[in-house]
Design a binder for this molecule. Structure first.
Ligand SMILES: [Fe+2]
Ligand SMILES: [Fe+2]
Length: 129
């Protein structure tokens, strides 16, 4: 299938592991609509687990560079996790719900990276000057 969101270097935030985690999230998000209905819930739960791990890693990274808005960023992560938990736990794998979920997760990933994650990237660039 066509990818809804293609990874590009515009999404880079300057930390190798985080960039590869973001890339992986795009891949997993793009795969949702090509997974069989029987397996899609499992896929979504795996994605949820991965997102949670990614957030933990990212928060550690922000702390390590002394980014001053870690608490605010962590609160955004928390509300995403709550949304994701609600959506994935009660997931009914109709075709319409699968596509809805896919659009939700990919839009969220790209918006969050470009708006929120870019803030610590900008901060880390200032440190290097
Ligand atoms: Fe992120
Ligand atoms: Fe983030």
């Amino acid at each position: 299938m066509n990818k809804l969101f293609e990874w590009s270097d515009d999404y880079c935030v300057g930390e190798k592991t985080i960039d590869s985690q973001h890339k992986y999230l795009f891949e997993k998000g793009n795969e949702i609509s090509s997974i069989s209905k029987d397996n899609v819930k499992r896929h979504i739960m795996d994605l949820y687990t991965y997102v949670a791990k990614h957030f933990t890693y990212e928060e550690k990274h922000m702390k390590s560079i002394g980014f001053p808005y870690v608490a605010e960023h962590a609160r955004i992560h928390e509300s995403i996790i709550e949304d994701l938990a609600k959506k994935s736990e009660a997931f009914d794998p109709t075709w319409e719900n699968i596509i809805d979920f896919q659009v939700f997760i990919l839009t969220w990933i790209s918006d969050h990276i470009m708006i929120e994650d870019k803030k610590y990237f900008d901060y880390s660039k200032k440190l290097k000057r």
